[in-house]
Structure formats: structure tokens, C-alpha cells
Design a protein around this ligand. Structure first.
Ligand code: FAD
Ligand code: MLT
Ligand code: ZN
Length: 528
């Protein structure tokens, strides 16, 4: 059986135009907000009371912002504000009346300083592609969009260091550095809309994490504006700097709860000339695991992505994504794996991948497979994988979980949830297997408490029992702010609270009546 499949694979082996990056060739543009869907899921916010300590916006505030930013950067137009009030999934909806579009760090600083003194709540917004409800207001917070701060400041050609403003769209940065012979260390399906500032604030993982690691390693420096308007200049481009605490790490992944990221310096790896993409099928999850181990051992230095998806994902992608073809249409399999290799030697890399796949088929790990012969096939493979989230929201309602779990246990939760949900919804398991990151999506026609009750708190308890994380890469946002204790100890949460607002602990210690300096109303604050 394996030999027959191996023969089939060999026929389809072929080179991929090495000098082109497959994913970069097929940019996926997602609109800022997915307004095709009007099914706001307000159940989660219903219990969150607006904090009366925050002021209500008035006409004097608006006049002040117009003086500081200019008329065109102070948006009250209902349609434009409505777009910024809703998240990409059409699931979380705020009721802000005001969208501000600063063009410089000084303007961000003036906005925050003013909001702080007036006790106006704010929410920073990047490309609004976040999947946990953190990018939109919960109530009437002023939305500060970084979209107007989209300049590339400099590029160091020798060291591959990009310095840019926070509102630059990831895909634009990718094109820019690729022209210089480098690539961005991160890539994700939302690249056409998400901002680098949003990526940093969520510590986005994505498709290249397995090769280039976390933004904690790739961000060299940041400029951040604190809640009271103080500009914190940490915009170094040094690789090594051990002078005191490396404060930038507090802002990477803190979802706007500590400050607004305004500029970043990022280390970009050299663009390598040879890329190959394989799309494979496996009969069971154990084979996917063994394949991952084999890829680490045998493809080691050239693996640049190892993604997996179950049959339900492929079925959904084929049903809802226009113009996408099933790379392995002959028969359905239980699991699919996408492996990308990137290296510096075209013939060596290709031969290495082919040999690996043949051996994996002979060992029975791979049931069938195909290697992209050209850029358009490679783009199609990636479109299947990257399009799963887009296909999911088209069903109607999506309950989205993003878990870090030891690889050997990772698919158990999908099966558990599938049996709990039964016929009420379709359960999808996919994600960044190479990073131990499962995306568990439950899709159905409409949101229902009955389905939710089958998923939560079970999914969080189960993950916690495995010492996993309830947010591998999407963040906590509004969805999971109050679930933080499933992944962090109470001592850790308390320390986070004192970092966020040191005045609270001073107040407790000294009984002093200090004014709280931070007026963030991003969801994480409620927990801390
Ligand atoms: P937003 O959604 O606007 O904001 C996200 C959070 O960051 C909010 O809490 C917001 O307040 C805060 N924020 C934004 N900008 C700033 C700033 N300048 N300063 C301070 N705080 C700020 N995520 C992954 O990790 N991996 C993936 O593979 C991935 N794939 C995706 C695919 C699709 C199709 C979609 C729709 C989303 C995907 N995401 C993924 C989630 C999302 O794209 C990322 O979280 C992304 O980093 C968010 O960037 P953004 O600019 O859209 O930020
Ligand atoms: C992905 O890997 O596709 C993303 O994180 C988006 C999602 O999970 O929907
Ligand atoms: Zn992901």
C-alpha cells in the first residue's frame, strides 16, 4: 500500500520556482472587518458593567482632539465608527462614538495624556483582525487607530534590521524587505490587514514560528506611549544589551494593556532561494506526530512550516473558499499535513524533501502526498490551510479556541469536544503542529448557549489539567481575560496587576490616596 502511494507521489514530485516565496505570491486580503456577517455575540459582554469612574465623552473633548490632530483625524462619521466598533468575526461589538487617527508619536502622547487627565477610557486598534475581542471597545471607549502611522523609518541592509511605525501592514513590510533580500520573521493569514503593532501587542505566532521563533526574539526595540502620555524610547537596534531589565518584553503580547506601541525595530532573516511545499495525508493522528518527529530529525534545518488540519477542515475549505482545489482529491483521509522547506541549495533541498517523503510513505506514516510543481500549486496548498478561519466564519457561528498542548495529547481534546457537541455543530482541529498549537473551532449555524455549555468550562479545565495554555497565540482579549487563572497562578496574576498599576499596590501598602494613572479599558484590565 505504502509503495503504491510512494509511486504516485514520485510522479507528482516537481520543483517549485525557488526564488519566489510561495505564500508571498498569493496575498490573501481580508477586509478590516468582516461585515458580511451580522450576528453579534453579545452574551459575553452582557455581564460587564461599565466602570462609572470613567467619564463620558463630550463636545469639548472632541474639540480638543480636533485642535491636536486636525479635523480629518477625528472621526465621528457613524459608518466609519461602526466599522471600528466590530471585530473581524462579527462577534464582538462596542459602542464607541469616536475614532482617532493619530499620525505621530507626539499625537498619540497628547491623546493619552488628555484622556488620562479626563478619565476617558481608550482602546488601541491595529488592523482589527484579532480573534478574541480585544481590538474593539467593550462599551464607549475612544478608539485609537494606528493606521495613519504606517511609515518605514529605516532598513539596515547589512544586519537585516527594519525600523518602522506600528501601523504598517504586515504584508507591505513583507514586500518591502523581500525587495531587499530579506523576509519578515512572521507570516499569518491576516497579513493583508494586520499591523506590525498589533502583531507585537498580541505576540502573534503564525506560520513561520517553527523556524524563526517568537517576536520576543525578533523584536529588537520598541517605542511605546504609556497611559499618561509618557513616551518610552526603547527603540534600540542592538542584538545584545544587558543593561537592566529588558522592558520591551512587557509590551510584547500585553494586548495594549500597558501602553500603545508606536514604533518597532525588527530583526529580519535573509531570504533564501529555495522553497518547496508538500501537502500530505495521514490515516491517523499518531502518524502526524511521528511525521513531525521524522521531519525534525531528517529535514531539520530546512523546515519552515509544519501545519496540520483534519478532514473536517478540508471539507469546509472546499465548500466555502472560492477557487481553491483539494490538493489530494482522489479519496478522503483523516488528517492532512502541509510541510514547507526553505533553504539555500535548490537541488539539495528538493532531493532531501523527496527522500524524506518517500521514506515516510514506505514507513506508512504518509498515505498520499504531492509536492507543488509551481508557485500557483504552492499558493493553492497554502490557501487551503490559511483559509480555514475564513471558511469557518462563513458557516454562521464559530467558537474559537487556541490551545498549547503537548503534541501527543493535542488531538484528544478535539475528539472529546466532538463527542460532547454531537450533532449540534461541526468540530474542526487544525493548527501549528510543529509548535504544539491546536486551533479548535466549533462551527454551527448560529450561536447557542446549549453548544457553549458543552464546550466551556470543559475545554479550559481540560487544557489546564494538561498544564497547557488557553491562549497559545491569539491573546486573552475580552473572550478569555477572566480565564487567565486556567494558565497562570494567582501569584503571577497578582504580579501582573501590580505591573499594570503599581499605584494600586502602593495604595494598599501605604493607604495613600493616589490617583490611578492608567485609564485602559482593554479587557485584560478587568481581570488584573
Ligand atoms: P488588532 O486586532 O487591531 O488588535 C489586537 C490587540 O492588540 C488588541 O488588544 C488591541 O488593543 C492591541 N493593539 C493593536 N495595535 C496596538 C498598538 N499599536 N499598541 C498597543 N496595542 C495594540 N494570530 C496568530 O497569532 N497567528 C496566526 O496564524 C493568525 N492567523 C490569523 C488569520 C486570520 C484570517 C485572522 C483574521 C486572524 C489571524 N490571527 C492570527 C489573529 C490576528 O491576526 C493577530 O492577533 C494579529 O497579530 C492582530 O493584529 P492587528 O493589527 O489586527 O491587531
Ligand atoms: C490560523 O492559524 O489559521 C490562525 O491562528 C487563525 C485561526 O485560528 O482562525
Ligand atoms: Zn494560528
Amino acid at each position: 500500500m505504502a509503495r503504491r502511494a510512494a509511486a504516485g507521489l514520485l510522479r507528482r514530485l516537481g520543483p517549485l520556482a525557488g526564488e519566489l516565496q510561495a505564500r508571498g505570491m498569493s496575498p490573501t486580503h481580508y477586509g478590516t472587518t468582516n461585515h458580511g456577517f451580522s450576528r453579534f455575540y453579545l452574551l459575553q459582554v452582557a455581564h460587564i458593567q461599565r466602570n462609572p469612574a470613567y467619564s463620558v465623552l463630550n463636545s469639548d473633548d472632541v474639540s480638543y482632539f480636533k485642535i491636536v490632530l486636525g479635523e480629518s483625524s477625528v472621526v465621528q462619521d457613524e459608518d466609519r465608527v461602526a466599522v471600528a466598533n466590530v471585530d473581524w468575526m462579527g462577534k464582538y461589538k462596542g459602542s464607541s462614538q469616536l475614532l482617532l487617527l493619530p499620525k505621530s508619536t507626539t499625537e498619540v502622547s497628547k491623546i493619552l495624556s488628555y484622556c488620562n487627565s479626563r478619565r476617558l477610557a481608550v482602546v488601541p486598534q491595529g488592523g482589527n483582525t484579532g480573534l478574541v475581542g480585544g481590538s474593539v471597545p467593550v462599551h464607549d471607549e475612544v478608539i485609537i487607530s494606528l493606521g495613519g502611522m504606517n511609515n518605514i523609518i529605516s532598513f539596515d541592509n547589512v544586519n537585516g534590521i527594519l525600523t518602522c511605525e506600528a501601523g504598517c501592514v504586515l504584508e507591505n513590510l513583507s514586500s518591502f524587505v523581500e525587495n531587499k533580500g530579506f523576509i519578515m520573521p512572521l507570516d499569518l493569514g491576516a497579513k493583508g490587514s494586520c499591523h506590525i503593532g498589533g502583531n507585537i501587542s498580541t505576540n502573534a505566532g503564525g506560520l513561520r514560528f517553527i523556524r524563526y521563533g517568537s517576536l520576543h526574539g525578533n523584536v529588537l526595540g520598541l517605542e511605546v506611549v504609556l497611559a499618561d502620555g509618557t513616551v518610552l524610547d526603547m527603540l534600540t537596534t542592538l542584538r545584545k544589551d544587558n543593561t537592566g531589565y529588558d522592558l520591551k518584553h512587557l509590551f510584547i503580547g500585553s494586548e495594549g494593556s500597558l501602553g500603545v506601541v508606536t514604533k518597532a525595530a525588527i530583526l529580519t532573516p535573509a531570504k533564501l532561494p529555495s522553497t518547496n511545499v508538500a501537502f500530505l495525508s495521514c490515516n491517523d493522528y499518531m502518524s502526524c506526530q511521528k511525521l513531525l518527529l521524522a521531519a525534525k530529525r531528517n529535514l531539520g534545518e530546512i523546515v519552515s512550516a509544519f501545519e496540520f488540519m483534519d478532514r473536517h477542515c478540508i471539507d469546509l475549505a472546499m465548500k466555502y473558499l472560492e477557487g481553491v482545489q483539494n490538493p489530494l482529491p482522489a479519496s478522503p483521509y483523516s488528517f492532512y499535513v502541509l510541510i514547507e522547506t526553505t533553504g539555500s541549495d535548490e537541488s539539495y533541498d528538493k532531493a532531501k524533501l523527496e527522500a524524506f517523503l518517500l521514506r515516510s510513505m514506505e514507513d506508512g506514516l504518509v498515505a498520499d502526498g504531492v509536492i507543488a510543481q509551481d508557485i500557483s500549486q504552492a499558493s493553492n496548498f497554502w490557501r487551503v490551510r490559511e483559509g480555514i478561519s475564513e471558511a469557518s466564519v462563513k458557516v454562521g457561528a464559530v467558537y474559537k479556541y487556541d490551545l498549547s498542548i503537548p503534541v501527543e495529547k493535542l488531538y484528544d481534546i478535539v475528539e472529546e469536544i466532538r463527542s460532547r457537541v454531537g450533532g449540534m455543530g461541526e468540530v474542526l482541529g487544525y493548527g501549528h503542529l510543529g509548535d504544539g498549537n491546536l486551533h479548535l473551532n466549533i462551527v454551527s449555524n448560529k450561536y447557542s448557549d446549549k453548544i457553549l455549555a458543552q464546550i466551556e468550562p470543559f475545554v479550559y479545565e481540560w487544557t489546564s489539567n494538561q498544564r497547557g495554555s488557553i491562549s497559545a497565540e491569539h491573546g486573552l482579549g475580552l473572550m478569555k481575560a477572566e480565564k487567565i487563572h486556567y494558565s497562570k497562578s494567582s501569584e503571577a496574576v497578582q504580579l501582573m496587576g501590580s505591573i499594570k498599576n503599581p499605584y494600586c499596590s502602593w495604595k494598599r501598602s501605604y493607604g495613600a490616596e493616589l490617583i490611578e494613572p492608567s485609564l485602559w479599558l482593554v479587557p485584560i484590565q478587568r481581570r488584573l
